[in-house]
Design a protein around this ligand. Structure first.
Ligand SMILES: Cc1cc2nc3c(=O)[nH]c(=O)nc-3n(C[C@H](O)[C@H](O)[C@H](O)COP(=O)(O)OP(=O)(O)OC[C@H]3O[C@@H](n4cnc5c(N)ncnc54)[C@H](O)[C@@H]3O)c2cc1C
Length: 426
Protein backbone atom coordinates (compact mmCIF):
# COMPACT_ATOMS: atom_id res chain seq x y z
CA UNK A 1 0.00 0.00 0.00
CA UNK A 2 1.40 3.38 -0.87
CA UNK A 3 -0.79 6.20 0.43
CA UNK A 4 -2.82 6.30 3.62
CA UNK A 5 -5.74 8.62 3.07
CA UNK A 6 -9.07 7.93 1.49
CA UNK A 7 -9.28 11.57 0.54
CA UNK A 8 -8.07 13.83 -2.19
CA UNK A 9 -4.38 14.53 -1.75
CA UNK A 10 -2.25 11.51 -1.07
CA UNK A 11 1.47 11.77 -0.47
CA UNK A 12 3.03 8.58 -1.71
CA UNK A 13 5.89 6.78 0.05
CA UNK A 14 8.31 8.43 -2.38
CA UNK A 15 7.18 11.88 -1.20
CA UNK A 16 5.64 12.67 -4.62
CA UNK A 17 2.28 14.42 -4.32
CA UNK A 18 -0.17 12.33 -6.30
CA UNK A 19 -3.21 14.62 -6.46
CA UNK A 20 -6.54 12.70 -6.29
CA UNK A 21 -5.22 9.24 -5.80
CA UNK A 22 -5.82 6.01 -3.99
CA UNK A 23 -4.86 2.36 -4.28
CA UNK A 24 -8.22 0.95 -5.39
CA UNK A 25 -10.86 3.10 -7.02
CA UNK A 26 -14.38 1.68 -7.28
CA UNK A 27 -16.77 3.15 -9.83
CA UNK A 28 -20.34 2.76 -8.58
CA UNK A 29 -21.70 2.93 -5.03
CA UNK A 30 -24.47 0.37 -5.45
CA UNK A 31 -24.57 -2.72 -3.20
CA UNK A 32 -21.57 -4.41 -4.85
CA UNK A 33 -19.31 -1.34 -4.87
CA UNK A 34 -20.17 -0.49 -1.27
CA UNK A 35 -19.59 -4.04 -0.02
CA UNK A 36 -16.23 -4.31 -1.79
CA UNK A 37 -15.18 -0.91 -0.41
CA UNK A 38 -16.04 -1.98 3.14
CA UNK A 39 -14.17 -5.29 2.70
CA UNK A 40 -11.08 -3.47 1.40
CA UNK A 41 -11.23 -0.79 4.08
CA UNK A 42 -11.37 -3.56 6.69
CA UNK A 43 -8.18 -4.94 5.18
CA UNK A 44 -6.50 -1.54 5.43
CA UNK A 45 -6.52 -0.83 1.68
CA UNK A 46 -6.78 2.84 0.63
CA UNK A 47 -10.08 2.76 -1.28
CA UNK A 48 -12.32 5.38 -2.87
CA UNK A 49 -15.82 4.96 -4.34
CA UNK A 50 -17.10 7.37 -7.01
CA UNK A 51 -20.91 7.34 -7.27
CA UNK A 52 -22.78 9.53 -9.73
CA UNK A 53 -25.95 9.77 -7.64
CA UNK A 54 -25.93 12.66 -5.22
CA UNK A 55 -28.22 10.85 -2.79
CA UNK A 56 -28.90 7.17 -2.07
CA UNK A 57 -31.43 5.50 -4.33
CA UNK A 58 -34.83 4.89 -2.76
CA UNK A 59 -35.58 2.09 -5.25
CA UNK A 60 -36.24 -1.24 -3.64
CA UNK A 61 -35.08 -3.72 -6.27
CA UNK A 62 -33.41 -6.71 -4.59
CA UNK A 63 -35.23 -7.98 -1.54
CA UNK A 64 -33.95 -11.57 -1.26
CA UNK A 65 -30.75 -12.06 0.73
CA UNK A 66 -29.75 -15.71 0.36
CA UNK A 67 -27.58 -17.40 3.02
CA UNK A 68 -24.37 -16.64 1.03
CA UNK A 69 -25.42 -12.96 0.96
CA UNK A 70 -25.67 -13.02 4.75
CA UNK A 71 -22.24 -14.58 4.84
CA UNK A 72 -20.94 -11.67 2.73
CA UNK A 73 -22.55 -9.22 5.17
CA UNK A 74 -20.98 -11.13 8.07
CA UNK A 75 -17.57 -10.37 6.58
CA UNK A 76 -18.20 -6.67 7.27
CA UNK A 77 -20.04 -7.23 10.56
CA UNK A 78 -23.52 -6.51 9.20
CA UNK A 79 -25.31 -9.87 9.15
CA UNK A 80 -26.93 -9.47 12.54
CA UNK A 81 -28.10 -5.92 11.73
CA UNK A 82 -29.69 -7.20 8.50
CA UNK A 83 -31.31 -10.15 10.27
CA UNK A 84 -32.70 -7.83 12.96
CA UNK A 85 -34.33 -5.62 10.31
CA UNK A 86 -35.38 -8.23 7.75
CA UNK A 87 -38.17 -10.77 7.46
CA UNK A 88 -37.35 -14.48 7.21
CA UNK A 89 -38.79 -16.46 4.34
CA UNK A 90 -38.58 -20.05 5.52
CA UNK A 91 -40.99 -21.63 3.02
CA UNK A 92 -41.52 -21.18 -0.71
CA UNK A 93 -44.92 -22.45 -1.81
CA UNK A 94 -45.86 -23.24 -5.42
CA UNK A 95 -49.52 -22.90 -6.41
CA UNK A 96 -51.39 -23.43 -9.64
CA UNK A 97 -55.02 -22.70 -10.55
CA UNK A 98 -55.98 -22.15 -6.90
CA UNK A 99 -54.31 -25.32 -5.57
CA UNK A 100 -51.14 -25.93 -3.61
CA UNK A 101 -48.63 -27.85 -5.72
CA UNK A 102 -45.96 -28.25 -3.04
CA UNK A 103 -43.31 -26.36 -1.14
CA UNK A 104 -39.59 -25.93 -0.68
CA UNK A 105 -37.83 -25.38 2.66
CA UNK A 106 -34.18 -24.71 3.37
CA UNK A 107 -33.21 -26.77 6.48
CA UNK A 108 -31.22 -29.29 4.45
CA UNK A 109 -29.59 -26.73 2.18
CA UNK A 110 -28.62 -24.33 4.99
CA UNK A 111 -29.19 -25.95 8.41
CA UNK A 112 -27.76 -22.95 10.27
CA UNK A 113 -29.78 -20.33 8.42
CA UNK A 114 -32.73 -22.12 6.85
CA UNK A 115 -34.30 -19.08 5.24
CA UNK A 116 -33.92 -16.35 2.65
CA UNK A 117 -33.93 -12.96 4.36
CA UNK A 118 -36.10 -10.28 2.83
CA UNK A 119 -34.90 -6.67 3.12
CA UNK A 120 -35.40 -3.84 0.60
CA UNK A 121 -32.24 -3.01 -1.35
CA UNK A 122 -32.43 0.62 -0.22
CA UNK A 123 -32.08 -0.54 3.42
CA UNK A 124 -29.27 -2.94 2.57
CA UNK A 125 -27.39 -0.15 0.80
CA UNK A 126 -27.98 2.20 3.75
CA UNK A 127 -26.47 -0.36 6.16
CA UNK A 128 -23.45 -0.77 3.87
CA UNK A 129 -22.98 2.97 3.47
CA UNK A 130 -23.07 3.50 7.25
CA UNK A 131 -20.55 0.72 7.76
CA UNK A 132 -18.22 2.14 5.11
CA UNK A 133 -18.47 5.58 6.74
CA UNK A 134 -17.30 3.98 10.03
CA UNK A 135 -14.41 2.13 8.40
CA UNK A 136 -13.23 4.84 5.95
CA UNK A 137 -15.13 8.10 6.51
CA UNK A 138 -13.91 9.85 3.35
CA UNK A 139 -14.13 6.90 0.96
CA UNK A 140 -17.51 7.55 -0.69
CA UNK A 141 -17.67 10.50 -3.10
CA UNK A 142 -21.22 11.15 -4.27
CA UNK A 143 -22.22 13.23 -7.29
CA UNK A 144 -19.14 12.17 -9.31
CA UNK A 145 -19.71 10.51 -12.68
CA UNK A 146 -16.80 8.71 -14.33
CA UNK A 147 -16.47 9.50 -18.04
CA UNK A 148 -13.00 8.40 -19.17
CA UNK A 149 -10.18 5.98 -18.44
CA UNK A 150 -6.52 6.10 -19.34
CA UNK A 151 -4.17 3.24 -18.47
CA UNK A 152 -0.55 4.21 -18.06
CA UNK A 153 2.06 1.72 -16.87
CA UNK A 154 0.94 0.21 -13.59
CA UNK A 155 -1.58 2.97 -12.80
CA UNK A 156 -4.93 4.09 -14.19
CA UNK A 157 -6.22 7.63 -14.50
CA UNK A 158 -9.96 8.17 -14.47
CA UNK A 159 -11.69 11.30 -15.67
CA UNK A 160 -14.95 12.22 -14.00
CA UNK A 161 -17.32 15.13 -13.74
CA UNK A 162 -18.62 16.38 -10.46
CA UNK A 163 -22.26 17.37 -10.35
CA UNK A 164 -22.86 20.97 -9.29
CA UNK A 165 -24.21 21.40 -5.74
CA UNK A 166 -27.99 21.30 -5.59
CA UNK A 167 -29.53 24.55 -6.76
CA UNK A 168 -26.39 25.70 -8.64
CA UNK A 169 -26.51 25.87 -12.44
CA UNK A 170 -24.30 23.67 -14.67
CA UNK A 171 -21.55 21.34 -13.56
CA UNK A 172 -18.86 21.96 -10.97
CA UNK A 173 -16.21 20.75 -13.42
CA UNK A 174 -14.00 17.79 -14.27
CA UNK A 175 -11.92 15.81 -11.76
CA UNK A 176 -9.16 13.25 -12.26
CA UNK A 177 -8.29 10.27 -10.11
CA UNK A 178 -5.25 8.05 -10.23
CA UNK A 179 -5.34 4.52 -8.84
CA UNK A 180 -3.42 1.25 -8.78
CA UNK A 181 -6.53 -0.70 -9.75
CA UNK A 182 -10.04 0.23 -10.80
CA UNK A 183 -13.18 -1.81 -10.14
CA UNK A 184 -16.23 -1.32 -12.33
CA UNK A 185 -19.24 -1.83 -10.05
CA UNK A 186 -21.31 0.53 -12.17
CA UNK A 187 -24.24 -1.72 -13.01
CA UNK A 188 -25.55 -3.50 -16.08
CA UNK A 189 -24.94 -0.60 -18.49
CA UNK A 190 -21.38 -0.28 -17.21
CA UNK A 191 -19.37 2.59 -18.69
CA UNK A 192 -16.21 1.00 -17.24
CA UNK A 193 -16.87 -2.18 -19.22
CA UNK A 194 -16.96 -0.13 -22.44
CA UNK A 195 -13.95 1.99 -21.47
CA UNK A 196 -11.93 -1.18 -20.74
CA UNK A 197 -12.93 -2.60 -24.14
CA UNK A 198 -14.70 -5.63 -22.64
CA UNK A 199 -17.55 -6.93 -24.76
CA UNK A 200 -20.70 -8.43 -23.28
CA UNK A 201 -23.32 -10.79 -24.62
CA UNK A 202 -26.87 -9.46 -24.09
CA UNK A 203 -30.19 -11.29 -24.32
CA UNK A 204 -33.41 -9.31 -23.98
CA UNK A 205 -36.47 -11.32 -22.94
CA UNK A 206 -39.87 -10.42 -24.35
CA UNK A 207 -41.44 -10.61 -20.87
CA UNK A 208 -42.60 -7.62 -18.84
CA UNK A 209 -43.68 -7.44 -15.19
CA UNK A 210 -45.46 -5.14 -12.79
CA UNK A 211 -44.19 -5.10 -9.21
CA UNK A 212 -45.55 -3.36 -6.11
CA UNK A 213 -45.43 -3.37 -2.30
CA UNK A 214 -48.73 -3.53 -0.35
CA UNK A 215 -49.85 -3.99 3.26
CA UNK A 216 -49.97 -7.65 4.28
CA UNK A 217 -52.12 -7.91 7.41
CA UNK A 218 -51.94 -11.73 7.52
CA UNK A 219 -48.12 -11.90 7.17
CA UNK A 220 -47.11 -15.58 7.41
CA UNK A 221 -43.47 -15.64 6.27
CA UNK A 222 -44.21 -17.64 3.12
CA UNK A 223 -43.19 -16.79 -0.43
CA UNK A 224 -45.79 -17.87 -2.98
CA UNK A 225 -45.37 -18.55 -6.66
CA UNK A 226 -48.72 -18.81 -8.46
CA UNK A 227 -48.15 -20.46 -11.85
CA UNK A 228 -51.33 -19.39 -13.62
CA UNK A 229 -52.40 -19.89 -17.24
CA UNK A 230 -52.42 -16.08 -17.73
CA UNK A 231 -48.89 -15.70 -16.35
CA UNK A 232 -47.06 -16.01 -13.04
CA UNK A 233 -47.85 -14.02 -9.90
CA UNK A 234 -45.17 -14.07 -7.20
CA UNK A 235 -45.39 -12.66 -3.70
CA UNK A 236 -42.80 -12.28 -0.95
CA UNK A 237 -43.02 -11.06 2.64
CA UNK A 238 -41.19 -7.82 3.47
CA UNK A 239 -40.45 -6.47 6.95
CA UNK A 240 -43.21 -4.49 8.68
CA UNK A 241 -46.20 -6.59 7.49
CA UNK A 242 -45.72 -5.60 3.85
CA UNK A 243 -45.78 -7.97 0.85
CA UNK A 244 -44.18 -7.54 -2.55
CA UNK A 245 -46.30 -8.70 -5.50
CA UNK A 246 -44.87 -9.29 -8.98
CA UNK A 247 -47.06 -10.24 -11.95
CA UNK A 248 -46.13 -11.22 -15.50
CA UNK A 249 -47.81 -8.66 -17.76
CA UNK A 250 -47.20 -10.13 -21.23
CA UNK A 251 -44.99 -8.55 -23.83
CA UNK A 252 -46.62 -5.13 -24.23
CA UNK A 253 -47.87 -4.14 -20.81
CA UNK A 254 -50.74 -1.76 -20.30
CA UNK A 255 -50.93 -2.37 -16.51
CA UNK A 256 -49.00 0.35 -14.63
CA UNK A 257 -50.87 1.41 -11.47
CA UNK A 258 -51.36 -0.18 -8.01
CA UNK A 259 -55.05 -0.72 -8.93
CA UNK A 260 -53.96 -2.53 -12.14
CA UNK A 261 -51.69 -4.84 -10.16
CA UNK A 262 -54.36 -5.50 -7.51
CA UNK A 263 -56.82 -6.40 -10.30
CA UNK A 264 -54.35 -8.80 -12.00
CA UNK A 265 -53.58 -10.49 -8.66
CA UNK A 266 -57.29 -10.86 -7.82
CA UNK A 267 -58.18 -12.21 -11.26
CA UNK A 268 -55.38 -14.79 -11.34
CA UNK A 269 -55.12 -15.88 -7.68
CA UNK A 270 -58.22 -14.66 -5.87
CA UNK A 271 -56.05 -12.75 -3.34
CA UNK A 272 -57.34 -9.32 -2.28
CA UNK A 273 -54.78 -6.57 -1.95
CA UNK A 274 -55.64 -2.99 -1.12
CA UNK A 275 -54.26 -0.54 -3.73
CA UNK A 276 -54.61 2.24 -1.13
CA UNK A 277 -51.76 0.67 0.90
CA UNK A 278 -49.30 0.65 -2.00
CA UNK A 279 -45.86 2.12 -1.22
CA UNK A 280 -43.94 1.24 -4.42
CA UNK A 281 -44.96 0.37 -7.97
CA UNK A 282 -42.63 -0.36 -10.87
CA UNK A 283 -43.00 -1.87 -14.35
CA UNK A 284 -39.90 -3.54 -15.72
CA UNK A 285 -38.55 -5.73 -18.50
CA UNK A 286 -35.84 -8.35 -18.06
CA UNK A 287 -32.60 -9.30 -19.75
CA UNK A 288 -29.38 -11.17 -19.28
CA UNK A 289 -25.91 -9.86 -20.00
CA UNK A 290 -22.56 -11.53 -19.39
CA UNK A 291 -19.21 -9.84 -19.94
CA UNK A 292 -16.67 -11.91 -21.87
CA UNK A 293 -14.06 -11.09 -19.25
CA UNK A 294 -14.04 -9.60 -15.76
CA UNK A 295 -10.37 -8.62 -15.67
CA UNK A 296 -8.57 -6.47 -18.25
CA UNK A 297 -5.36 -4.56 -17.56
CA UNK A 298 -5.87 -2.75 -14.26
CA UNK A 299 -9.68 -2.96 -14.44
CA UNK A 300 -11.91 -5.60 -12.79
CA UNK A 301 -15.69 -5.77 -13.25
CA UNK A 302 -18.01 -7.04 -10.53
CA UNK A 303 -21.77 -7.30 -9.96
CA UNK A 304 -24.19 -6.41 -12.73
CA UNK A 305 -21.35 -4.79 -14.71
CA UNK A 306 -19.92 -8.31 -15.13
CA UNK A 307 -23.12 -10.38 -15.19
CA UNK A 308 -26.71 -9.25 -15.14
CA UNK A 309 -29.24 -12.06 -14.67
CA UNK A 310 -33.02 -11.88 -14.99
CA UNK A 311 -34.36 -10.70 -11.62
CA UNK A 312 -37.01 -13.45 -11.81
CA UNK A 313 -35.28 -15.70 -9.30
CA UNK A 314 -33.63 -12.75 -7.59
CA UNK A 315 -29.97 -13.74 -7.30
CA UNK A 316 -28.13 -10.85 -8.98
CA UNK A 317 -27.02 -8.96 -5.92
CA UNK A 318 -25.85 -12.07 -4.08
CA UNK A 319 -23.82 -13.05 -7.15
CA UNK A 320 -22.13 -9.64 -7.14
CA UNK A 321 -21.37 -9.85 -3.42
CA UNK A 322 -19.69 -13.20 -3.97
CA UNK A 323 -17.49 -11.48 -6.60
CA UNK A 324 -16.56 -8.87 -3.98
CA UNK A 325 -15.78 -11.50 -1.32
CA UNK A 326 -13.46 -13.34 -3.72
CA UNK A 327 -11.84 -10.18 -5.10
CA UNK A 328 -10.99 -8.30 -1.89
CA UNK A 329 -8.02 -10.50 -0.82
CA UNK A 330 -6.61 -10.55 -4.37
CA UNK A 331 -6.70 -6.76 -4.65
CA UNK A 332 -5.17 -6.40 -1.20
CA UNK A 333 -2.34 -8.71 -2.24
CA UNK A 334 -1.76 -6.92 -5.59
CA UNK A 335 -1.66 -3.53 -3.84
CA UNK A 336 0.61 -4.69 -1.01
CA UNK A 337 3.07 -6.27 -3.42
CA UNK A 338 2.90 -3.18 -5.66
CA UNK A 339 2.32 -5.43 -8.70
CA UNK A 340 2.41 -3.41 -11.90
CA UNK A 341 1.51 -6.17 -14.35
CA UNK A 342 -1.93 -6.45 -15.97
CA UNK A 343 -4.15 -7.92 -13.25
CA UNK A 344 -5.03 -10.96 -15.38
CA UNK A 345 -1.38 -11.98 -14.85
CA UNK A 346 -1.46 -11.39 -11.08
CA UNK A 347 -2.04 -14.40 -8.79
CA UNK A 348 -5.63 -15.59 -8.54
CA UNK A 349 -7.35 -13.14 -10.91
CA UNK A 350 -7.78 -15.53 -13.86
CA UNK A 351 -9.14 -18.23 -11.55
CA UNK A 352 -11.51 -15.71 -9.99
CA UNK A 353 -12.78 -14.71 -13.42
CA UNK A 354 -13.36 -18.32 -14.47
CA UNK A 355 -15.13 -19.29 -11.25
CA UNK A 356 -17.31 -16.19 -11.00
CA UNK A 357 -18.41 -16.26 -14.67
CA UNK A 358 -19.21 -19.97 -14.33
CA UNK A 359 -21.33 -19.18 -11.30
CA UNK A 360 -23.05 -16.30 -13.12
CA UNK A 361 -23.84 -18.54 -16.11
CA UNK A 362 -25.43 -21.11 -13.78
CA UNK A 363 -27.52 -18.40 -12.05
CA UNK A 364 -28.43 -17.04 -15.49
CA UNK A 365 -29.68 -20.48 -16.60
CA UNK A 366 -31.83 -20.83 -13.47
CA UNK A 367 -33.25 -17.32 -13.91
CA UNK A 368 -33.91 -18.15 -17.58
CA UNK A 369 -35.85 -21.26 -16.51
CA UNK A 370 -37.82 -19.26 -13.91
CA UNK A 371 -38.67 -16.65 -16.53
CA UNK A 372 -39.83 -19.30 -19.01
CA UNK A 373 -41.87 -21.20 -16.37
CA UNK A 374 -43.80 -18.05 -15.51
CA UNK A 375 -45.04 -17.29 -19.03
CA UNK A 376 -48.72 -17.57 -19.96
CA UNK A 377 -49.65 -21.05 -21.19
CA UNK A 378 -52.71 -22.58 -22.87
CA UNK A 379 -54.78 -24.48 -20.29
CA UNK A 380 -53.79 -28.06 -21.29
CA UNK A 381 -50.11 -27.16 -21.06
CA UNK A 382 -50.66 -25.33 -17.74
CA UNK A 383 -52.30 -28.52 -16.38
CA UNK A 384 -49.31 -30.60 -17.51
CA UNK A 385 -46.91 -28.10 -15.88
CA UNK A 386 -48.87 -28.30 -12.59
CA UNK A 387 -48.82 -32.09 -12.66
CA UNK A 388 -45.10 -32.20 -13.31
CA UNK A 389 -44.31 -29.72 -10.57
CA UNK A 390 -46.58 -31.42 -8.03
CA UNK A 391 -44.81 -34.71 -8.73
CA UNK A 392 -41.36 -33.13 -8.48
CA UNK A 393 -42.11 -31.38 -5.19
CA UNK A 394 -43.11 -34.72 -3.62
CA UNK A 395 -39.75 -36.32 -4.36
CA UNK A 396 -36.37 -35.68 -2.68
CA UNK A 397 -35.54 -33.62 -5.79
CA UNK A 398 -37.18 -30.72 -3.95
CA UNK A 399 -34.08 -30.54 -1.72
CA UNK A 400 -32.00 -30.01 -4.87
CA UNK A 401 -34.36 -27.18 -5.84
CA UNK A 402 -33.92 -25.64 -2.39
CA UNK A 403 -30.14 -25.81 -2.84
CA UNK A 404 -30.35 -24.17 -6.26
CA UNK A 405 -32.74 -21.41 -5.20
CA UNK A 406 -30.83 -20.62 -2.01
CA UNK A 407 -27.51 -20.58 -3.95
CA UNK A 408 -25.91 -23.41 -2.01
CA UNK A 409 -24.42 -24.90 -5.16
CA UNK A 410 -22.74 -21.81 -6.53
CA UNK A 411 -21.60 -19.89 -3.49
CA UNK A 412 -18.50 -21.89 -2.62
CA UNK A 413 -19.54 -21.35 1.02
CA UNK A 414 -20.08 -24.44 3.12
CA UNK A 415 -23.44 -24.43 4.87
CA UNK A 416 -21.77 -25.68 8.06
CA UNK A 417 -19.45 -22.66 8.03
CA UNK A 418 -22.31 -20.36 8.90
CA UNK A 419 -22.72 -19.34 12.51
CA UNK A 420 -25.85 -20.58 14.23
CA UNK A 421 -28.54 -17.95 13.70
CA UNK A 422 -32.03 -17.96 15.08
CA UNK A 423 -34.90 -17.05 12.81
CA UNK A 424 -35.38 -13.31 12.64
CA UNK A 425 -38.82 -11.87 13.32
CA UNK A 426 -41.10 -12.65 10.36
C1 LIG B 1 -36.94 -5.78 -10.00
C2 LIG B 1 -35.64 -6.34 -9.51
C3 LIG B 1 -35.62 -7.23 -8.44
C4 LIG B 1 -34.41 -7.79 -8.01
N1 LIG B 1 -34.42 -8.66 -6.95
C5 LIG B 1 -33.25 -9.20 -6.51
C6 LIG B 1 -33.22 -10.07 -5.34
O1 LIG B 1 -34.25 -10.30 -4.69
N2 LIG B 1 -32.02 -10.58 -4.92
C7 LIG B 1 -30.85 -10.29 -5.60
O2 LIG B 1 -29.79 -10.80 -5.19
N3 LIG B 1 -30.85 -9.45 -6.69
C8 LIG B 1 -32.01 -8.90 -7.16
N4 LIG B 1 -32.02 -8.02 -8.20
C9 LIG B 1 -30.75 -7.67 -8.84
C10 LIG B 1 -30.01 -6.58 -8.08
O3 LIG B 1 -30.84 -5.44 -7.89
C11 LIG B 1 -28.75 -6.21 -8.84
O4 LIG B 1 -28.06 -7.39 -9.15
C12 LIG B 1 -27.85 -5.30 -7.99
O5 LIG B 1 -28.42 -4.02 -7.79
C13 LIG B 1 -26.50 -5.11 -8.70
O6 LIG B 1 -25.70 -4.30 -7.90
P1 LIG B 1 -24.47 -3.49 -8.51
O7 LIG B 1 -23.85 -2.78 -7.36
O8 LIG B 1 -23.66 -4.40 -9.34
O9 LIG B 1 -25.14 -2.47 -9.55
P2 LIG B 1 -26.21 -1.29 -9.32
O10 LIG B 1 -27.11 -1.61 -8.19
O11 LIG B 1 -26.81 -1.03 -10.65
O12 LIG B 1 -25.31 -0.05 -8.87
C14 LIG B 1 -24.45 0.58 -9.80
C15 LIG B 1 -24.14 1.99 -9.27
O13 LIG B 1 -23.18 2.59 -10.14
C16 LIG B 1 -23.52 3.95 -10.33
N5 LIG B 1 -22.92 4.37 -11.60
C17 LIG B 1 -23.23 3.94 -12.85
N6 LIG B 1 -22.44 4.52 -13.78
C18 LIG B 1 -21.59 5.34 -13.11
C19 LIG B 1 -20.53 6.22 -13.52
N7 LIG B 1 -20.18 6.34 -14.81
N8 LIG B 1 -19.86 6.91 -12.57
C20 LIG B 1 -20.20 6.78 -11.26
N9 LIG B 1 -21.21 5.98 -10.81
C21 LIG B 1 -21.89 5.26 -11.73
C22 LIG B 1 -25.05 3.94 -10.34
O14 LIG B 1 -25.57 5.23 -10.01
C23 LIG B 1 -25.36 2.90 -9.26
O15 LIG B 1 -25.50 3.46 -7.97
C24 LIG B 1 -33.21 -7.44 -8.65
C25 LIG B 1 -33.22 -6.53 -9.73
C26 LIG B 1 -34.41 -5.98 -10.15
C27 LIG B 1 -34.41 -5.01 -11.31
Amino acid sequence: MTGRTTGHITRRASGRTAGNSCDVLIVGGGPCGLLLAALLARRGVDVVVLERRRAPSARSRAIGLHPPALEALRAVGLDEAAVAEGAAIAVGEARGRGRRLGEVTFERAWPQRPYVLSLPQSRTEALLEERLAELAPAALHRGVEVTGLDADGGDVTLTARRAAPRGAAGEAGPVRWRARAVVGADGSRSMLRDLAGIRARRTTYPDTYLMGDFADPGADGRARIHLEPDGVVESFPLPGAVRRWVAHTGTAPSARTPADLAAVVRRRTGAQIDPGTNTMISAFGVGRRTARRMVEGRVVLIGDAAHEVSPIGGQGMTLGWLDALALAPLLEDAVHRELRCPLQQAPGFRELERARLRSARAAGRLAHLNTALGRPLPLPLARARDLLLRGLLRTPLRHGLARAYSMRRRSGIRAQALPPGSLPPG
